[in-house]
Ligand binder design. Structure first.
Ligand code: LMR
Length: 394
């Protein structure tokens, strides 16, 4: 049966970690997959997670199945974190999923079940959006988004594409810390797109994978809160991988907001049914940890401090890179990076230069020149800038 199946290449992002680990050189820099890193290149378990985890181990008496919507308390806690109490509880349902990927996949399944035409996404976008959403049978259309000349957004072009959408279409929006560009919509631009969604009746689908990494938890929730005020329907895929550091625990949520309590309940029933057809129910461990952290005052405080620490560290790394670049023959070429948010920015290099950076200099970037700013530190920024100056000089 499998004789004709040709082997596929490794996943573009996940495969990069193996290439980096297999590289025997000591002078190498991992700016690949999106995980937080300390200056000594570790991705530690958050203290709040350790605290919640030890309580969980002490009190756990069974491993019976979770309810299909996830760990008790998880959904309400995520709803309050995202909306800050600004949404009627019966208009909003939260279904725990295996990571943000699981949420994107079942969210796409829900859109497909509703008979939608497809999803429009700004370009470039995270490498896994297309495979995940199209696996549910949706047609993907790309719209212009990033402006490489300015490091900002070509908002007029993006808005114009969105203005052609209508009922039966969905528009995917990054909920801050755009992956891969770091170029986020301003609050005015969000307002304009939310009004457009209401007017044209297309579905906003927000992918929120870096909540708390741009400006802070409340500021980063702006698009979701604005939608809650204005739009009758929208959905959000939410990831706890980065902000809780729970990557391998596969912890995320699909947030469903319907026009009425009945519509929301119907949307939720379909999501649970789609999940049942793929993985039945989410893994328990991460969901219980998140619920524990968000509902316990001391753990919640500790987590918020740790998240703010990670956010500030990434901002500092961006400044460090731009300052060092200016000192190492790169002038103002990277200045746009300090105006961007979150883990990623695109460095001004071609795919051939990405390969040269890896092979000649041991600098690992994802495709398109995406650099994880968490991997920049005092110890490697000089080498990084010299390598960049070398490839850019030709
Ligand atoms: C990334 O973009 O590097 C992360 O979101 C990890 C992943 O699953 O691709």
């Amino acid at each position: 049966m499998f004789a004709d199946l040709a082997a596929l290449p490794p996943d573009a992002l996940l495969g990069l970690t193996k290439l980096y680990n297999d590289d025997k050189r000591t002078k190498k820099i991992d700016l690949g997959v999106g995980v937080f890193r300390t200056p000594d290149n570790r991705t530690p378990v958050l203290k709040a997670v350790e605290g919640a985890q030890s309580r969980l181990v002490e009190r756990e008496t069974t491993k019976v199945y979770l309810p299909p919507e996830g760990a008790p308390g998880f959904g309400d806690a995520i709803r309050d974190l995202v909306f800050g109490g600004s949404i009627a509880a019966d208009r909003c349902a939260v279904v725990q999923t295996p990571g943000g990927c699981g949420a994107l996949r079942v969210g796409a399944g829900l859109i497909k079940r509703a008979g939608a035409q497809g999803v429009t996404i700004g370009t470039p976008t995270w490498a896994n959006h297309h495979p995940l959403l199209s696996a549910a049978g949706l047609k993907i259309s790309m719209a212009p988004y990033y402006d490489a000349q300015t490091g900002g957004i070509d908002f007029d072009a993006f808005y114009e594409s969105a203005a052609r959408l209508g009922p039966g279409d969905a528009l995917l929006l990054h909920g801050g810390c755009h992956n891969p560009t770091g170029a986020d919509l301003s609050t005015d631009e969000i307002d304009a797109l939310v009004d457009l969604a209401v007017e044209r009746e297309f579905l906003p689908f927000v992918d929120c994978a870096y909540h708390g990494f741009a400006k802070g938890l409340d500021e980063d929730a702006y698009v979701m809160r604005r939608l809650a005020e204005r739009a009758s329907e929208f959905i959000v895929s939410y990831s706890c991988s980065k902000n809780f550091g729970l990557y391998r625990e596969r912890t995320g949520a699909l947030i469903l907001v319907g026009a009425s309590a009945d519509r929301t309940a119907a949307m939720k029933s379909h999501v649970l049914n789609i999940a049942r057809q793929i993985y039945s129910m989410p893994p328990a461990h991460g969901g219980i940890i998140v619920a524990e952290i968000l509902t316990d005052a001391a753990l919640n405080r500790a987590w918020r401090e740790e998240l703010e620490g990670m956010r500030r560290a990434v901002v500092a790394n961006r400044l460090l890179l731009v300052k060092t670049a200016a000192e190492r023959q790169l002038g103002e070429k990277l200045n746009y990076i300090t105006r961007q948010n979150g883990m990623f920015s695109l460095l001004p290099v071609s795919d051939a230069q990405v390969l040269t950076l890896r092979e000649k200099h041991g600098v690992y970037l994802a495709g398109g020149g995406r650099a994880n700013m968490c991997g920049v530190n005092d110890g490697n920024v000089g080498h990084l800038c010299e390598a960049l100056a070398d490839v850019l000089a030709g």
